[in-house]
Design a protein around this ligand. Structure first.
Ligand code: MG
Length: 380
């Protein structure tokens, strides 16, 4: 481990697990975190959950599983280049979307609205709930009993009121401190991955075109470069040759500008990283602006495309109707979800049990459950 930078997460400096366990014999603590995540039930469900496109729209679109793998791959490159803990950043990335509802952000927004009077619903907080409480694998504890550093990375955002309930993990949101560098870079890896794969998936779906994307400076720059080198290239290969260059630009800039900031800040430990006034991992100002251009293009042209909006509206209805039915009558939920580990405690506990059940559903399971509840011709 001597090749890690002093400001990286080191096993021996870990703030540990909630339930103490003997150190693993052949793995590092963070390898054990990563392995537990890969073996979890919630991880397997990611294959049938989506971000922009509903899972049954086609086999070639990203699912949350392939998204998480792409995020982890980008994060590992950045971590290794900066001499950060590559395994910890991989673990954080593989777990970052475990708490996502079916149907991406539409599902999460709908569930949050349903939960307004019961403490709300945040997908980040739900990812933490999955690894801290909901996974049922081990005899001695609920959840996966991950290290503090991994849990800190999974909890990317958190409201002030929720932070107050989270003990030491919530402190940084209250005191405005930073998480470790492996957590900081996971956010950027997430963003680089989804901006680029949404371009590819959006083109594949026919919702956006290469011509339209030429209005995005970051895309246009590499479109010209690829065209100059391969004048006859078209279709899928053209798109991919452009996107690999865009990803390379963003990743290289992230590494270089973060290295520069780490040098300038002169941090010598993870404790010093945490007490910095701002995050140390980040793009240069020029690349931040280029990346912003790509994001706003996607917002206007893809996420607000009428076909995506129609899907979004259907998804919201499915989630809302599932919630209303189960909340009104928890006996409609399968025994495990209704009873759970602990009996739901009043309306707040009941609402949370319903939210956990719905959040755990894959896209297709949510559609099937909705049909079972509302379509009299479906078997129950
Ligand atoms: Mg993500």
């Amino acid at each position: 481990m001597s090749k890690l930078a002093p400001y990286a997460a080191h096993d021996e400096q870990s703030r540990g697990r909630q339930h103490p366990e003997p150190a693993p014999a052949y793995r590092s603590e963070y390898q054990r975190d990563r392995d537990r995540i890969v073996h979890s039930t919630a991880f397997r469900r990611l294959v049938y959950k989506t971000q922009v496109f509903v899972n049954h729209e086609g086999d070639l679109y990203r699912t949350r599983l392939t998204h998480s793998l792409e995020v982890a791959q980008i994060a590992r490159t950045v971590a290794r280049a900066l001499k950060l803990n590559e395994v910890l950043s991989e673990a954080i990335c593989l777990a970052h979307d475990l708490g996502h509802t079916p149907f991406g952000h539409a599902g999460q927004d709908a569930l949050n609205e349903c939960m307004t009077d019961f403490g709300g619903f945040e997908h980040n907080l739900q990812s933490l709930r999955v690894v801290d409480e909901l996974e049922e694998h081990y005899a001695e504890f609920d959840g996966l009993n991950l290290t503090f550093e991994c849990r800190e990375g999974i909890l990317k955002h958190c409201s002030y009121s929720n932070a107050l309930k989270l003990g030491s993990l919530g402190e940084r949101f209250i005191n405005r401190r930073q998480p470790g560098l492996e957590a900081q870079l996971a956010n950027f890896a997430d963003e680089i991955a989804y901006n680029n794969h949404d371009v590819e998936d959006g083109i594949r779906a026919g919702l956006i075109t290469v011509e339209e994307l030429k209005s995005v400076p970051l895309f246009d720059q590499y479109h010209s470069a690829v065209r100059a080198k391969y004048p006859n290239l078209a279709g899928r290969r053209l798109v991919y040759e452009i996107l690999r260059r865009v990803i390379n630009h963003l990743v290289s800039d992230l590494i270089d500008s973060s290295a520069e900031r780490l040098r300038a800040a002169g941090v010598a430990s993870i404790a010093e990283v945490r007490s910095q006034p701002a995050a140390l991992i980040g793009f240069s100002p020029g690349t931040r602006e280029l990346n912003q251009g790509l994001k706003s293009f996607l917002r206007t042209n893809l996420y607000k495309h009428y076909k995506v909006q129609r899907m979004t509206s259907k998804a919201r209805r499915v989630v809302r109707e599932l919630f209303e039915s189960f909340f009104a009558d928890p006996s409609l939920m399968p025994g495990r979800a209704a009873g759970g580990r602990e009996a739901p405690n009043g309306p707040v506990g009941r609402a949370r049990a319903v939210a956990d059940y719905i959040a755990g559903m894959t896209d297709r399971y949510a559609i099937l459950e909705h049909a079972r509840l509302f379509d009299p011709s479906e078997s129950t």
